[in-house]
Design a protein around this ligand. Structure first.
Ligand SMILES: *[C@@H]1O[C@H](CO)[C@@H](O)[C@H](O)[C@H]1NC(C)=O
Ligand SMILES: *[C@@H]1O[C@H](CO)[C@@H](O)[C@H](O)[C@H]1NC(C)=O
Length: 296
């Protein structure tokens, strides 16, 4: 009887594990994380005593150097902090939930950042202090902490890596893990399929639903007006979809043609254009410049 029970428990555990693994399946290259996970990692990396983690897990952040640098680390980990450019608004907003009745949260947060000149990197020399004070502005003025994992934007290095993996998986002409073969020219469709693989693998897009605007907004960063970004990007996509039956060609034209606003907004499509650089330097070292520019 005991033996059966053990086997039964084993089976239940196995099934439960299988179900959990399936639901937490590492989906392509999409990263999602919450504040608690990121700070647990940062406490370990920075060698902060474990007792401190319990305090942070209650979302209490004392004003000391150790905590300030932990908050900076958590911000880098979640993609909402950058020493050079400061707080990345599209990314940090997802980690806070404004009260539905509150109409002033945006304005208050802006004033909090502005009053401490956190929007001006030159005003504070210490990056931990700046990251910490920026985080506090959101925490105190914007809304409550969101506990569910949120989309973490990919760095340009990660994007380049996705392009490399895609080129490898698709056996992209001219790409070989060992050497370049510059006698092979990729076709329009090859270039399109590489762009499509990049978009699918990063979770920024699906064939069925088109662009994932929530994630694209975070990934592209720095679009001043979210409403306009959503309108122009989805209108552009719908127009292309109507005239573009091929999924690869559609994906490539979407990348090339639907981020025009990027030209007028500083660094707007930074991350995606970094992919073009990545392509230029690594993936297609063997393909001529024109070939590279054709991808994006
Ligand atoms: C944290 O401490 C510094 C230095 O003592 C101070 O200037 C700053 O205002 C404090 N920040 C908060 C949010 O209390
Ligand atoms: C953002 O864009 C929308 C649509 O184009 C416009 O109605 C709105 O006034 C803009 N908001 C700001 C703050 O510029």
């Amino acid at each position: 009887m005991a033996r059966i029970n053990v086997a039964y428990i084993g089976l239940v555990v196995l099934l439960a594990t299988t179900v959990m693994t399936a639901s937490q399946r590492y989906q392509d290259c999409v990263q999602k994380k919450n504040i608690a996970q990121a700070q647990e990692e940062c406490v370990r990396y920075l060698g902060i005593p474990c007792a401190r983690l319990a305090v942070y897990n209650d979302y209490i952040y004392p004003n000391d150097t150790e905590t300030q640098c932990m908050v900076r680390c958590m911000g880098v980990n979640l993609g909402w902090w950058n020493d050079e450019h400061g707080v990345q608004e599209p990314a940090i907003r997802n980690f806070f939930h404004p009260d539905p009745e509150d109409t002033q949260y945006d304005r208050r947060t802006y004033h909090c950042l502005k009053s401490q000149r956190l929007d001006n990197p030159a005003s504070h020399l210490d990056v931990c202090d700046r990251a910490y004070e920026s985080f506090r502005c959101y925490y105190e003025q914007y809304g409550n902490i969101v506990v569910t994992p949120q989309f973490v934007p990919l760095s340009s290095l990660q994007l380049s890596d996705v392009v490399l993996q895609c080129a490898n998986m698709l056996q992209f002409p001219g790409y070989s893990s060992k050497k370049c073969d510059d006698s092979v020219k990729p076709s329009e469709r090859d270039l399109g399929c590489l762009a499509r693989c990049l978009l699918l693998r990063t979770g920024l897009y699906s064939d069925q639903h088109g662009p994932n605007l929530d994630r694209l907004y975070v990934q592209c960063n720095n679009y001043a007006n979210e409403t306009r970004f959503r309108e122009t990007t989805s209108t552009c996509y719908r127009q292309l979809k109507a005239e573009c039956p091929d999924e690869c060609i559609l994906a490539r034209r979407f990348l090339k043609e639907c981020f025009d606003e990027g030209a007028t907004v500083d660094r707007a499509s930074l991350a995606l254009s970094a992919v073009a650089d990545g392509l230029a330097e690594q993936v297609l070292g063997c393909v001529d410049e024109d070939g590279v520019e054709q991808v994006l």
